[in-house]
Design a protein around this ligand. Structure first.
Ligand code: SAH
Length: 479
């Protein structure tokens, strides 16, 4: 180990910062958040530091460096842009056996400030011992995305209940189990749902009854349209937490690859097979049985789980069976395909409303209450529509749209094999046929779709039988 990691308690203790530029100000901010008394010495100060002095946050001494400044300090930070001066400061600190950090200068520093992930009271500090701060920073970003913000609240709660936990679980082993349960179970889940009272009640109840309710739960997660970059951070955390993943056919392999290595992945789109209703019933049964065994079940769906994803029915089933759940939204196909095909769904010159519809109607379902009458200012997006283009066209023509209304079909939106077809209501079906368009594909109808021919920036764009690649892509291909 090149450096000894150490967390210091600076509350009420003097930290001396020498230099008063923006770099110094970042360190001052950090020291203040740790409760230090900050003294700043410099020959001149940035207005931001001056403002802190005026507000009484720091004591500012505008004068040439004087080693006597170090007399009161517990810690010294040199943040001047004069290396010779930084060296004198480091030497003066060493003479007093004081630790000194020289910003961005590992050689002169006897102490280094790590990259940190702050989930107060939990702090994760990362150091590369000065060898590659960029790597430490990258690690910090990764870790930042992995840990839920609610972790801080959980640690604060545990801190408050520490004595009670110790009393109720005097044995170290059962105490550890209890903390595991805290991290995995209903307490953290309640905090994530912004229900602090519920969290505390669950903790108190577990302590008083001497048993922990099983930690099992279901996270209904939207995987987005395919590009793993479009998964949310919360979705990524869920994939890291999962014991079991029930994945849909639409979930891309790239997204699944982000899941915890030892999670059990069940491809419910494929393995279950059979008629839709049977498949759905089996998914319901799998969610309940795994959660009842105390597992964290991630029900992973393409796009958003509540948009044409039967997420609602699954929640109703979980509610009926008393299983705890959370929902993590995802980027739905309409938004992703709009973005990735350069189609501004509600460009204000062309559209004032956006309808997300399915070309499938549930047997027995009524016409619905959506106002489907044609208006020029309307963008319509149809899910599950590629196999129903003739019906869709007839319906829209009957509704009064003209055959020349611009349309687009986006196949595999946001994925590397994305194709976008541009045409009109009259030509779409023949075009889709000519290019052998397949599911998953989205049908977009309305004036805004034509803008995609100009604004498209991703994947292949096809119209009127000829293939064209947007210029940017050509340039990328050449580069
Ligand atoms: N919950 C999903 C939709 C499920 S319905 C969501 O929010 O996106 C399935 C339909 O979604 C497909 O038939 C197709 O019309 C559309 N779809 C899903 N992913 C798509 C993608 N990457 N590109 C184009 N269409 C997609």
């Amino acid at each position: 180990m090149q450096l000894f990691p150490l967390f210091t308690d600076l509350r009420g203790r003097t930290a001396l910062v020498i230099g008063a530029g923006l770099v110094a100000d970042r360190k001052i901010h950090l020291l203040l958040s740790a409760g230090a008394r900050v003294v700043v010495g410099a020959h001149a100060a940035h207005p931001q530091v001056q403002a802190r002095a005026q507000a009484g946050e720091v004591e500012l001494c505008l004068a040439p460096f004087d080693p006597a400044w170090l007399d009161e300090a517990w810690l010294v930070i040199a943040a001047t842009n004069d290396r010779a001066l930084n060296r004198r400061i480091a030497d003066a600190a060493a003479a007093r056996r004081l630790f000194c950090n020289v910003v961005d200068d590992a050689e002169l520093s006897s102490a280094q400030v790590p990259a940190i992930v702050d989930r107060a009271p939990i702090t994760i500090a990362i150091s590369s011992s000065g060898s590659a701060p960029v790597i430490a920073r990258r690690l910090r970003e990764r870790i930042e995305s992995l840990f839920d913000p609610a972790l801080g609240a959980l640690a604060s709660l545990a801190q408050r209940k520490r004595a009670a936990i110790r009393q109720a679980r005097p044995d170290l082993r059962t105490r550890r189990d209890f903390y595991d349960w805290l991290l995995d179970g209903p307490v953290l889940s309640a905090l994530r749902r912004s229900r602090a009272d519920e969290a505390e009640a669950a903790l108190d109840q577990a302590l008083s009854q001497n048993t922990q309710a099983p930690a099992g739960k279901v996270l209904l997660v939207g995987a987005g349209p395919g590009d793993p970059g479009l998964l949310t951070l919360r979705g990524l955390r869920a994939l890291n937490e999962a014991d079991v993943i029930l994945a849909d056919r639409l979930v891309s392999p790239e997204v699944l690859a982000l899941a915890r290595r030892d999670a059990q992945v069940i491809d419910v789109g494929k393995t279950l097979g059979g008629p839709h209703e049977t498949t759905q019933a089996r998914i319901h049964a799998l969610m309940v049985s795994h959660a009842r065994q105390g597992r964290c079940v991630v029900r992973l769906k393409g796009g958003d789980p509540m948009v044409f994803g039967r997420g609602g029915e699954e929640l109703q089933h979980l509610k009926r069976h008393g299983i705890a759940y959370e929902v993590v939204p995802g980027i739905t196909a309409a938004l992703a395909c709009g973005a990735y095909a350069g189609i501004p769904l509600t460009h204000r010159d062309h559209a004032q409303s956006l309808t997300l519809a399915t070309a499938h109607r549930r047997a027995g379902a009524g016409g619905g209450t959506v106002d489907d009458r044609p208006g020029n200012g309307q963008t319509r997006v149809y899910y599950m529509g590629v196999n129903r283009l003739p019906t869709l066209r007839e319906q829209l023509l009957a509704d009064g749209l003209t055959p020349t209304t611009p349309c687009a079909i986006v196949e595999n939106g946001s994925r590397v094999n994305q194709r976008v077809l541009h045409g009109t209501l009259a030509s779409m079906e023949a075009l889709a046929h000519a290019h052998a368009i397949q599911s998953p594909a989205l049908v977009l109808v309305g004036a805004v779709t034509a803008l995609g021919m100009e604004l498209g920036w991703f994947g292949q764009s096809l119209h009127a039988q000829k293939t064209c690649r947007p210029r940017e892509n050509m340039q990328q291909a050449i580069a």
